[in-house]
Design a protein around this ligand. Structure first.
Ligand code: MF3
Ligand code: CO
Ligand code: CO
Length: 265
C-alpha cells in the first residue's frame, strides 16, 4: 500500500523557506514586547499587523472558527490558548504559536517566552522541551521512521521526569495546514512510516511538569494539563532532504530559547 504523504519539490522548498522565514520573523519581532503588563490580546494584534506588513496571511484566524491570529498558551495551558485581556504577570511562562501562509505555503512555528522570574522548575521545563525538539530534528533523514522521532523525544523527556502530551501532535504541512502524517512525540523505535526526501512536517512537542493528561476547556480550544501543572512547547516546520533535514522556521535573530535578552529584570 502506498502512503499518501506528499513529496514536495525543490521549488516547493523555496516557497516553504519564504513562509518559514516570515513565521520565524513574527516570533523574533514580538520578543521585546513580551513584558509584564502587556495583554495576550495586544501581543496577538501586534503579530497580526506584522504578518500583514510582510504580505502574508494569518493561517489560524478563522481556521475552524478560531478567533485570533496566534495561539498564546500560558503556564498550565498546553496549546491553543486564545489571546485575551489577561495581562502577563511576574513568573509567567508562555508559548506563542504563529502560522502564516505565503504564496500558498505554510510556515508554522512556536517558541516559549517568560516574564519576570519563573521558578527553577519552569526554566528547566523550557530547556528540556527545546532540547527534546532539537534532539528529534537531529535524527531526521531519509530512512528514519516516525516512531524514532517520538521515541527520541519521549526518552529524553521522561529521563528528566517530565511527561509528553499524548492528545496533540505534529503534522504534515506544506500547501495544506494540517496534513498527513501525524507526528507523535512519543513512540517506539523502528515503527511507523519511513521518512523520504521531500516530506514536510512539524515537530512540536508539548511537555508537562506533571502528568501527560490534558483537558479541553469549554471554549472548545484551550487545552490545559489535567493536573494544572506547567506545560511548554516549541515547534519547527522542517523538510526532509537527501541527507538530513532543513529547518524552515529558524530565527533570523539567533533566538532559539529564552532568555532572549529582552526579559525584564
Ligand atoms: N499552529 C497550531 C499548530 O501547530 C495550530 C493552531 S490551529 C488554531 O498546528 F486554530 F488553533 F489556531
Ligand atoms: Co503545527
Ligand atoms: Co503551530
Amino acid at each position: 500500500m502506498s502512503s499518501s504523504i506528499k513529496i514536495y519539490s525543490q521549488k516547493d522548498f523555496e516557497g516553504l523557506r519564504k513562509a518559514g522565514k516570515v513565521a520565524a520573523h513574527i516570533l523574533d519581532y514580538i520578543t521585546p514586547f513580551v513584558q509584564i503588563g502587556i495583554t495576550t490580546d495586544e501581543l496577538d494584534t501586534l503579530c497580526y499587523k506584522e504578518i500583514l506588513k510582510n504580505g502574508a496571511i494569518p493561517a489560524c484566524l478563522g481556521y475552524n472558527g478560531y478567533p485570533k491570529t496566534t495561539c498564546i498558551s500560558l503556564n498550565h495551558v498546553i496549546c491553543h490558548g486564545i489571546p485575551s485581556p489577561r495581562k502577563l504577570a511576574n513568573g509567567d511562562i508562555l508559548n506563542i504559536d504563529v502560522t502564516v501562509i505565503v504564496d500558498g505555503y505554510y510556515g508554522d512555528t512556536s517558541r516559549m517566552y517568560f516574564v519576570g522570574k519563573p521558578s527553577a522548575k519552569a526554566l528547566e521545563l523550557i530547556d528540556t522541551t527545546y532540547a527534546a525538539l532539537m534532539s528529534a530534528i537531529d535524527i531526521v533523514r531519509p530512512g528514519v521512521k516516525l516512531g524514532d522521532i517520538g521515541y527520541v523525544i519521549q526518552n529524553f523527556v521522561e529521563n528528566k521526569k517530565f511527561s509528553v502530551v499524548r492528545d496533540y501532535c505534529g503534522h504534515g504541512t506544506g500547501k495544506v495546514f494540517h496534513d498527513e502524517p501525524a507526528v507523535l512525540h512519543f513512540g517506539k523505535p523502528n515503527t511507523g512510516e519511513e521518512l523520504l526526501p521531500g516530506y514536510v512536517f512539524t515537530i512540536e512537542p508539548m511537555i508537562n511538569v506533571g502528568g501527560y493528561k490534558s483537558r479541553l476547556m469549554s471554549d472548545g480550544w484551550t487545552a490545559i494539563t489535567a493536573d494544572h501543572s506547567l506545560s511548554a512547547q516549541f515547534e519547527h516546520t522542517i523538510g526532509v532532504t537527501e541527507d538530513g533535514c532543513e529547518i524552515f522556521t529558524e530565527s533570523l535573530m539567533g533566538f532559539s530559547k529564552p532568555p532572549y535578552g529582552f526579559e525584564r529584570k
